[in-house]
Design a binder for this molecule. Structure first.
Ligand code: ZN
Length: 278
């Protein structure tokens, strides 16, 4: 059971940690804005929302209250699958990164290793954090999305699966094109995909205007799932910014249909990953 037959899971990463309003005028930031944006994307066919929240100053955070309000507002409006980050905000403790899982999102990300970002700043994902996060997700029946920015992170994930910290079939998200991570090339995509267990499913995206489209098209060609949205990229076309997240969803739908596949509905994603019923 690799990826769903002929179906593509389309994830919208609407907000992220670092995109600003100066870059994307309609970046959703408050729980209300995030829920309205998610609803618009859901109406256009998006399967999954990758959820980050911001504090009242617009900075990335792991506020339990903000996540709670965002999840409640989204669930009031639609059945989009909610995939919550465990990596929002800088300098947040491991406990505060894991705590919002108590809100029972359908899925949550686990970044399978640390990486250098800039200067003295390291994106910390210690083995202890990963083990605690993975175990908490198992207890709460939350499907982990294993984010991978570098090859070594795949091997860490494989060890976690072997040790039973992550239930199979595992689901991976390849993040290509981060500074100091793997560049956004189709060669890298193929290399990473071929390292996965046979029963794993996977999704991928390239960061930024240059990397985004080649990875999106390459992923569709290779039978993977895709992720779009302001967290990863603000450009719809060379030099042309998207107005809203839904612009990416609509364009993706065309690509998916041209590749003779269809977008998975939230219900199909829930069934595929054995998520809690909505
Ligand atoms: Zn994210």
């Amino acid at each position: 059971m690799p990826n769903m037959n002929n179906k593509v899971i389309l994830t919208v990463a609407s907000t992220g940690s670092s995109t600003t309003r100066a870059q994307a005028r309609n970046l959703p930031m408050t729980p209300k804005e995030i829920s309205e944006d998610a609803y618009e994307c859901w109406k256009a066919g998006a399967s999954v929302l990758h959820l980050h929240v911001r504090d009242d100053q617009g900075k990335a955070c792991m506020s339990y209250e903000k996540f709670k309000e965002a999840i409640e507002r989204i669930r009031d409006k639609c059945d989009i699958v909610i995939n919550m980050t465990t990596a929002g905000g800088f300098g947040v403790s491991n406990e505060d990164r894991i705590k919002p899982l108590d809100l029972l999102p359908d899925m949550a990300t686990l970044d399978m290793g640390s990486m250098n970002v800039a200067g003295d700043f390291v994106f910390h994902n210690s083995l202890q954090f990963l083990e605690d996060g993975a175990r908490r997700m198992q207890e709460l029946h939350i499907k982990p999305e294993l984010e991978v920015m570098d090859l070594s992170m795949i091997y860490t994930a494989l060890r976690f699966i072997e040790k039973g910290y992550i239930d199979g079939p595992a689901h991976f998200q390849f993040v290509l094109g981060m500074h100091n991570g793997m560049p956004a090339t189709v060669d890298n995509l193929v290399l990473m995909k071929n390292l996965l267990p046979e029963d794993a499913s996977w999704s991928a995206f390239g960061i930024g205007g240059r990397g985004h489209l080649p990875i999106l098209l390459g992923t569709l060609a290779l039978g993977g799932n895709i992720r779009v949205g302001f967290e990863d990229n603000i450009y719809l076309d060379a030099g042309v910014k998207a107005q809203k997240n839904v612009d990416f969803v609509e364009r993706s739908r065309k690509f998916i249909e041209l590749s003779n596949r269809a977008i998975a509905t939230p219900a199909e994603v829930r069934e595929h990953f054995h998520l809690r019923s909505y």
